[in-house]
Design a protein around this ligand. Structure first.
Ligand code: GLC
Length: 521
């Protein structure tokens, strides 16, 4: 095993409550995930990132953690997590877990103790209690402060049920170092760090204004935490620390992956980029110019699914301005998502796949209001549609909901009837399906593309991205609105859709080619 296995890995984001429900209560669980490990092995992923599986009242879908050293009873037990980790390893699949260090749940023992304690006590010092709020706003809408019975206020950058830890408190730091060891000792191979850029706050908690550095986003002192965590990860060896950091400034982002800090960060500029050749090329060049190991991300549990994004007039994504009012052309979006998948998987580095991406699921925009769960929807009074639409449980089999997700129980979010055509069962063995494309692409990528391989851009018409990998594979992605010529002496390894009758590459398609030796420049 290589210590840096993560550099070129295909990492599958498994959103536990929507993956597979073996307990038949409408929510996915660990038994469901265990039963489907062969599916993931067959898909060809190298690692699974589990979204939070800890006990949680689900005020923010599990990102409100009540106990960092246990498994939610609705998902299973710690013994089952141990079994899952070793079974996954048996399939050659690594396990990455999600750690939420910025805040816990208001049901966490420490916060409960803080509520019972007096103002100014050590119990309160693990959080941010103050006698009056400042002007900070919650990421989920409203003021980032809530008042408790004795008049004190506490800080929550997210929902009121998610009190922020005070990271200048030594107990908080020691606690998380211990939690890291707890999971590394259980055999976990990596940690995805939630909201990794916001842990430390400016002492004194000044009001937010335009003149001063941001009081809690990307402060310099947050890096001390990751230097310490890296030492711990290195003691174990072959473990990866992955930061969730939404920063437009790639130079600032690169600071998190200095050699003694995190191993990688998610590439959100790539995810946010519109379906535009020049813009994508700029993001790819920016990414490859950084010293950090590149990652490529098209989707996750916080963003609109790419089939829908690419089927809109505005194909970009902005976390702070989700827009579900635009028409979606699903056929166009699906064609582009296929082309994007092949483009992404041809790039050097690690690739993330958000569950359901391999099935071509779209953003479900018509979930009835009374079924919506996301605090973003509720706390903005529906002004922001929130993230439920990308979290709808997977369709596995059969012709009607719950599509084999559960044994008949109504899923926690309703599935569209049209997903009968997108079940794993319906797509398996269909050469034209999204699932077959992902399976094939992941196999070819694993067998034929080296991780660190260089990428050489080729001259191409406007709207076309063409590059050679050192491994002898050529990728051509046509984002223009006219077909393009392909080299005659090329063997087609994989195409995202049918070629035109004259063998040209149609718009919104990507092809992987292997050139005969004499064609290679
Ligand atoms: C991260 C998670 C998101 C969660 C938030 C607060 O951005 O990905 O789902 O709501 O942190 O924990």
């Amino acid at each position: 095993m290589h210590d840096d296995w993560w550099r070129g890995a295909a990492i599958y984001e498994l959103y536990v409550q929507s993956f597979a429900d073996a307990g038949n209560d409408g929510m996915g669980d660990l038994a469901g995930a265990r039963a489907r490990l062969p599916y993931l092995a067959d898909l060809g992923v190298d690692a699974i990132w589990f979204t939070p599986w800890y006990p949680s009242p689900l005020a923010d879908a599990g990102y409100d953690v009540a106990d960092y050293r246990d498994i939610a009873p609705r998902f299973g037990t710690l013994a089952e997590a141990d079994a899952l980790i070793s079974e996954a390893h048996g399939h050659g699949i690594k396990i990455i877990i999600d750690l939420v260090p910025n805040h816990c749940s208001d049901r966490h023992a420490w916060f409960q103790a803080a509520l019972k304690a007096q103002p100014g006590t050590p119990e309160r010092a693990r959080f941010w209690f103050r006698d009056r709020p400042n002007n900070w706003q919650s990421r989920f809408g409203g003021l980032a402060w809530t008042q408790v019975g004795d008049g004190d206020w506490y800080l929550h950058i997210f929902a009121p049920e998610q009190p922020d830890f005070n990271w200048s408190n030594a107990e908080v730091r020691a606690e998380f170092e211990d939690i890291l060891r707890f999971w590394f000792d259980r055999g976990v191979d990596g940690i995805r760090i939630d909201t990794a850029g916001m842990l430390t706050k400016e002492p004194g908690l000044p009001d937010l204004d335009d003149e001063h550095p941001h009081p809690f986003v990307d402060r310099d002192d947050v890096h001390d935490i990751y230097r310490r965590w890296r030492q711990i990860a290195d003691e174990y060896g072959a473990r990866v620390l992955i930061g969730e950091i939404w920063l437009a400034d790639t130079a600032r982002l690169a600071r998190y992956t200095r050699p003694d800090e995190l191993h990688t960060v998610f590439n959100f500029p790539y995810l946010s980029c519109p379906w535009d050749a020049a813009r994508l090329r700029a993001v790819i060049d920016d990414t490859l110019a950084l010293p950090a190991a590149p990652t490529w991300v098209l989707a996750n549990h916080d963003v609109d699914r790419e089939v829908s994004r690419y089927g809109r007039a505005d194909t970009s994504f902005d976390l702070d301005a989700r827009d579900h009012s635009q028409e979606v052309d699903l056929e166009l979006g699906t064609r582009r998502a296929r082309a994007a998948a092949l483009l992404t998987m041809a790039l050097p580095g690690a690739v993330y796949i958000y569950q359901g991406e391999e099935l071509g699921l779209w953003e479900v925009e018509d979930i009835p209001e009374d079924r919506r769960q996301d605090p973003i929807f509720h706390r903005t009074g529906g002004a922001d549609p929130g993230r439920d639409g990308c979290r709808v449980p997977l369709p596995w089999s059969g012709t009607e909901p719950p599509f084999g997700f559960s044994a008949g129980h109504e899923p926690w979010l309703p599935q569209p009837k049209q997903w009968r055509e997108l079940t794993v069962q319906a797509q398996s063995g269909d050469p034209a399906s999204m699932l077959t494309l992902y399976r094939t692409a992941l196999r070819v990528r694993r067998q034929q593309l080296s991780v660190a391989g260089v990428l050489t851009w080729l001259d191409a018409p406007a709207g076309v991205l063409a590059f050679d990998r050192a491994d002898g594979l050529r990728c051509v992605a046509n984002l223009s609105d006219t077909p393009v010529e392909l080299p005659a002496a090329a063997e087609i390894v994989l195409a995202s859709g049918p070629l035109a009758s004259d063998a040209r590459l149609p718009p919104d398609s990507t092809v992987w080619l292997r050139l005969s030796p004499q064609t290679l420049a």
